[in-house]
Design a protein around this ligand. Sequence first.
Ligand code: GLY
Ligand code: MN
Ligand code: MN
Length: 468
Amino acid sequence: MANTDFSTRWADIYRGRRNHIRSKIGDGITLWLGHSLQPRNYTDNTYPFRQNSHFLYYTGLSQPNLALLSFPEPDHDVLFAQPENIDDIIWSGKRLSPHDLACDAGIETVEDEERLETYLSEARTRGLKIHYLAPYQYSSLFKIAQLLNIRTGDVGPGASQHLMEQVACQRSVKSDVEIAEIEEALAITDRMHRACMAAARPGKRESEIAAMIQAIALSCERQQSFTPIVTVRGEVLHNHSYGGILAEGQLLLNDSGVESSRYYASDITRTCPVSGRFTSLQADIYNVVLHMQLETIGMIKPGISYREVHLGACKVMVEDLIGLGLMKGDPSNAVEAGAHALLFPHGIGHMLGLDVHDMEDLGDIVGYSRKEKRSSQFGLNFLRLSRPLEAGFVLTVEPGIYFIPALIDRWKGEGLHKEFINYNRLYPFGSFGGIRIEDNVVVTPTGTRVLGPAIPKTIPEVEQACKA
Ligand code: GLY
Ligand code: MN
Ligand code: MN
């Protein structure tokens, strides 16, 4: 049980968060559903458990099979948990009691989980509206259907838009304790990236480096915040296979992060040369990506939209690639037409918090203002965050340049944007791969601050770390 000043402080934080959202929701009850264990191939062999991030945000409780009802009156919350049970103690060991869980979350009332349905039906009888977030796990969807006695097809449409908007608004602005959590995660992530650079050499397998990264996280009693990308095929944007063998002259892209003790994510990418030194072609492209990243970080401040920052990064890239002879024409026109997306087909970054793509389950209400719709233009359609920035937002800044042979062949065959792209100059890049540089930043009242320790980023820093 948590009796320390530290956990009492966190219990107060969770209570404060619940009272804030309650004040925004007004009448009605809010149902917060925690996750349940998900079977992998049969019930007792489950995937590693990860709590729902909204449930974590409002309770900090990371155990499965919990639910919370928040009533309109201040501090009026009821936690629903399974009572202690001898079978669970035999197979899984003694857990925190429901009372201790409630105490950790700053909740005064705890009930047997079987009473949840009764509470909800009584609330409905009293005519109270029941707010809930749209679930993304089927087990939660079925549970809500059963609890509210509605059809599964009606669960999504019945979710509370107002609640989703208010949660997105609250969770978007990070407090100092949240930023400290992300920086705790970044301290471990720094070790993961330095170890990767030091280990990269011809003959090493991607799987060995991925295992080393996982070992660092586990030895710190932390889980990774997403499935890491550790690959010499960095042009495959979400490459989750580790079957490659590192060869002389290749680039190794490592996109990985961990969760802090209270489940906040880090999300860092570095790209290093397998042989320890960048070739001049690699260095040219690396410096374009670094230029995009530094310019982007310099642009970030309250009020500017992340779409504008994204387009600014694209323009830097086109200008630099014109200098290298890979692109041509007017940079602004090239970006407006979307020609840059051949080599930079994703967005400049996303929100970061309890989720690596923070609150992506809530959809575009997180990253887009009400009047803005996501673009359908290739490249811009993958911009997850577009809206004006506010102090306290934590973001990733992750430009990249990728040479994707299938995409280059297709665009070239179609003659797409041939007024901006020197297709004939792309031949030497057939097996180049991709380069991404990703940092995590907080928007401050006057600009931005890069979070965590300085992870090697410039060419001399990366080459030095490769020698370590
Ligand atoms: N690690 C996934 C991403 O950078 O968005
Ligand atoms: Mn990443
Ligand atoms: Mn990212």
